[in-house]
Design a protein around this ligand. Structure first.
Ligand SMILES: [Zn+2]
Length: 229
């Protein structure tokens, strides 16, 4: 049985079930790969993939097993095979993956799906917004209530704690960039971030507005992704 056959006969929900996990009606569950207090892992039953907006873990049925068992890819495939019901065919992978747009298509296999990276950007920048007085003041000065808005803030330390995979993915998406000193820095530094969501509530775009006095009124967009403004 080829990997392709395994994947086309194994629902991501069967994999969840095997580990006594289940997704809520929005396809979300508490992520088993990080200390997750509220559901941040999303499963996509049309593509049989998953991604976590908290820790950035993402992949297909086999990768889920691999992460769960902390085993090799080969062992995960063997395990996946044992879960397959050959009489049950799940949806084939659709040609167009509009929801999970994977920058890995170009051969960069280690990059994370765009939605996972943007989910992480939102998570970190929202936390940063909460503790950044000048960002909150920026909204207040415009007559907006910072506590009622879902916005983020990107400071100079944004992305510092990210792992290599996240950083590489962030660079690819244009969230991060290489500085002249060849260090990795956030592209939308000192910007308040606004999010664009799809109907499922997933963040598909970000838009940054500089709060620097000399950058007053300027807005920046990320230029690499077609979804960015
Ligand atoms: Zn996670």
């Amino acid at each position: 049985m080829e990997i392709r056959d395994i994947k086309s006969h194994l629902s991501i929900l069967t994999v969840l079930q095997h580990y006594n996990l289940s997704a809520n009606k929005n396809g979300m569950l508490n992520c088993p790969f990080h200390d997750d207090k509220s559901p941040s892992l999303k499963v996509y039953t049309n593509t049989h993939t998953f991604n976590c907006f908290g820790c950035g873990k993402a992949g297909d049925q086999i990768e889920f097993i691999q992460l769960k068992e902390k085993c090799s890819k080969h062992e995960a495939i063997v395990k996946a095979k044992s879960l397959v019901n050959p009489l049950h065919t799940v949806n084939p992978m659709p040609m167009e993956q509009t929801e999970v747009e994977n920058p890995a298509k170009g051969g960069d296999k280690d990059l994370l799906p765009r939605l996972a990276v943007l989910g992480k950007v939102a998570l970190d920048s929202k936390a940063s917004f909460k503790r950044t007085a000048k960002a909150r003041d920026y909204l207040r000065n415009r007559g907006l209530n910072p506590d009622k808005m879902e916005v983020g803030y990107i400071g100079t330390d944004f992305g510092k704690g990210w792992n290599k995979q996240l950083k590489e993915s962030g660079l690819k998406l244009g969230i991060l960039k290489k500085s002249r000193q060849d260090t990795i820095v956030p592209k939308l530094r000192n910007c308040v971030l606004f999010f664009t969501k799809n109907q499922k509530g997933q963040i598909i775009d970000v838009y940054g507005r500089s709060i620097n006095p000399n950058g007053e009124g300027t807005s920046s967009k990320l230029s690499t992704g077609k979804h960015f403004y």
